[in-house]
Every structure is written in C-alpha cells, then in structure tokens.
Design a binder for this molecule. Structure first.
Ligand code: ZN
Ligand code: ZN
Ligand code: ZN
Length: 132
C-alpha cells in the first residue's frame, strides 16, 4: 500500500465516525457501511450500483448474482442520465455518465473520493456500450 493509499484510508476512517449510512439501502454481502463486499473490499471499493433489472443497489455484479435470484441486466446506452451509482462515502447518487466519464481516474464529483479504476474492466456488465 502506498503512502497516498494510507492517507486516503485515514481520511475515510475519520469520515466513518462523522456520518452513519444514509441514502438507499445496499443489498448483498456487504462487509462495511461504505459498500465494500466480500468480493471487492480494497480501500477504493466504495461504490454500489443500482441494477436495471430490479432497481436495487448492490456492491458488485457477483453480489447481485448470488443474492438477487435473477440474471442481471445492463443499463441500456440511453440510460446514461440514471442515478445508478452510489458513493459509499458521501452516499450521493451519481449518474452513469458522471461515473463513466473518466474510467481511468474515477472519483466522486461531490466528496472527491477516489474509486477503483479497475472497475472499468467490468463496466460492460453494468452499462451497455453505446450503439446497443
Ligand atoms: Zn436485479
Ligand atoms: Zn460483491
Ligand atoms: Zn462521494
């Protein structure tokens, strides 16, 4: 873990004490109040995604697969305005467009939390590419 990561983690632990969970419920096997789950639990894994099929927030596609009991459906390309991403730190809901705008440097536009850039490898599971 780099020095920067440790600083981020310290900040997050401070924020933990200041604010309890608000906003929409996050389903599935979460491991903390910042939407980390049993599959993705690094310091950067602090988003939950609302699934187009059921309208519920889950931390990741595996959580949905194991918990929801139905196949997931990606958001159509025309749904970029949907507030389908939940920041686990400030609990604000981002639109798909806001979240996918900078896949290599994703962060929360409200609180500045840095998200895991590796999630962009899985975007197609959540958001249908334009043109489909
Ligand atoms: Zn679903
Ligand atoms: Zn998960
Ligand atoms: Zn935030």
């Amino acid at each position: 873990m780099s020095r920067e990561d440790r600083a981020v983690q310290r900040d997050r632990e401070r924020q933990d004490h200041q604010s309890g969970p608000e906003g929409p419920p996050v389903l599935g096997p979460t491991v903390d109040a910042q939407t980390r789950c049993i599959h993705y639990r690094t310091v950067l894994d602090v988003i939950a995604i609302r699934f187009a099929c059921c309208g519920e927030f889950y931390p990741c596609h595996l959580c949905h697969e194991e918990t929801a009991g139905h196949p997931s459906r990606p958001w159509p390309a025309a749904s970029r305005h949907e507030r389908a991403i939940l920041c686990g730190l400030c609990r604000c809901e981002l639109t798909i467009q806001e979240y996918t705008r900078s896949p290599h440097d994703p962060r929360c536009p409200r609180c500045g939390a840095v998200f895991n850039p590796r999630c962009s490898r899985h975007h197609a599971l959540y958001f249908a590419p334009a043109g489909e």
